[in-house]
Design a binder for this molecule. Structure first.
Ligand code: MN
Length: 128
């Protein structure tokens, strides 16, 4: 174990403002970030970069978040089991149970709660 090894977050989000905000908050908290603005790019980056966890928007321009979740879980690699956190708006709260049942590890609310989102993420993925 290397104490100063940074965890890498893959952010799959097509809304640029939201992507920049969450990336900035994660970087300020000491995480590395990589970003994808479509579901397919996200799946490719998950396989190629093997991030430590994923933040996943549900409404994406190509394949939706539920499909991204399914495809990452189906990857034939260590990355298949990584924590995946859905980013859902209140309007989609009815989908949360479905996402959790489909293998999502948790969710955070949109709009992002800038004061608490890092704690929310740590509570799901752990501190190390
Ligand atoms: Mn979106």
């Amino acid at each position: 174990m290397t104490a100063d090894k940074k965890q890498t977050a893959l952010i799959i989000e097509d809304n640029e403002d939201n992507m920049v905000l969450i990336a900035m908050l994660l970087q300020d908290a000491g995480y590395e970030t990589i970003c994808a603005d479509t579901g397919l790019k996200g799946v490719q980056l998950a396989l190629g970069q093997e991030p430590d966890f994923v933040l996943l928007d549900i409404q994406l321009p190509d394949i939706n978040g539920a499909e991204v979740l399914k495809r990452i879980r189906a990857l034939d690699a260590d990355v298949a089991g990584i924590p995946i956190i859905a980013m859902t708006s209140y309007a989609m709260s009815g989908d949360r149970e479905k996402l959790l049942a489909a293998g999502c590890d948790g969710y955070i609310e949109k709009p992002i709660d800038t004061m608490h989102v890092i704690d929310q993420i740590r509570a799901i993925v752990g501190d190390t």
